[in-house]
Ligand binder design. Structure first.
Ligand code: PMP
Length: 297
């Protein structure tokens, strides 16, 4: 369950019990998916409870609202403070945080007139996505960037993610890999992707994907760990049967992929660049120092 009797949320200007928060049935957010949101993690670190990349997430939330024409004026700093208060009121440390901006009652197809902010959170007990995943190339393509604000995190986009994820599960896979409208590898339903070939990492260039905050963190870690990485467009054939691959996202963190369309990645995860990045990422969210171990070829 996501909330209990005593769970507190921030909603429309006040802290209240999750069970007491009410939204109306006459809104564009519900009917048309016209809402924007974020998925954020907080961690129990040696320095106390810390929200990872709060600024990046709240800047993106504000960007998403702006490009969708949803009026929203709360600053990134205020949003961060409110989130710490939600965590503190619930006694959460390791948590998943879900802020969402909804619009006021309006059934027309014009832009939002007023918005409501909700900040919800629930405790995060890990184990999710911790195994190596078997992925399938989805028959669903990511939304066409000429039809959507693909750089924004918009609720309606996730209908596409649900279709792809369910298709993968129905076919006995753990997760989907979606191509973009041009047939290049794009991303998972809720995570970005990297693969490794001959000591180099490759990841889809931005433009047709959600430019993930974890993706940016991984790129930064590659730089500091001197791991070569290339952002480019590539077809699924190029990635299938590569040395190793991983998904990365706020919820998934860095998660190993076992196979793609039943073709295994050839290297053991322990010897992969992804495994180094997985450890470095974990250290980073926990605000610990990380030193690259030497890996044997
Ligand atoms: N792609 C999609 C479609 C997503 O939903 C997510 C999760 N927000 C990501 C990539 C990864 O983004 P982030 O690292 O910012 O969580």
């Amino acid at each position: 369950m996501y909330y209990g009797e005593s769970t507190v949320v921030y909603f429309n200007g006040a802290f209240m019990k999750a069970a007491d928060a009410k939204i109306d049935l006459y809104g564009q957010s519900l009917h048309y998916g016209y809402a924007v949101f974020e998925g954020i993690r907080s961690y129990d670190t040696a320095n106390g409870t810390r929200i990872f990349k709060a600024k990046e997430h709240y800047d993106r939330l504000r960007y998403s609202a702006e490009v969708m024409g949803i009026p929203f004026n709360t600053s990134t700093e205020e949003l961060t403070d409110l989130t710490y208060e939600v965590l503190q009121r619930n006694g959460f440390s390791d948590a998943y945080i879900r802020p969402v901006i909804l619009c006021s009652p309006n059934m027309s197809l014009s832009k939002g007139k007023e918005s409501y902010l909700a900040i919800t959170a629930w405790e995060w007990t890990n184990g999710y996505l911790s195994n190596q995943m078997r992925i399938m190339t989805s028959s669903y393509r990511r939304p066409n960037p000429t039809g959507f604000k693909i750089n924004a995190k918009v609720s309606g986009h996730y209908v596409n993610s649900i279709l792809a994820c369910q298709e993968a599960k129905d076919n006995g896979y753990d997760e989907a890999l979606l191509l973009d409208i041009e047939g290049n590898v794009a991303e998972g339903p809720g995570a970005n992707i990297f693969y490794e070939k001959e000591g180099v990492l490759y990841t889809p260039a931005t433009g047709n994907i959600l430019p993930g905050i974890t993706r940016a963190t991984v790129l930064g870690l590659c730089e500091s760990l001197e791991i070569p990485v290339v952002e480019k467009k590539f077809k699924p054939e190029e990635m299938r049967g590569a040395d190793s691959a991983f998904f990365c996202g706020t919820a998934a963190e860095v998660v190993a992929l076992e196979s793609m369309d039943n073709i295994p990645f050839t290297q053991s995860w322990e010897n992969s660049l992804g495994s180094i990045l997985q450890k470095a990422y974990k250290a980073s969210v926990l605000e610990k120092a990380y030193k690259r171990e030497t890996i044997e070829a």
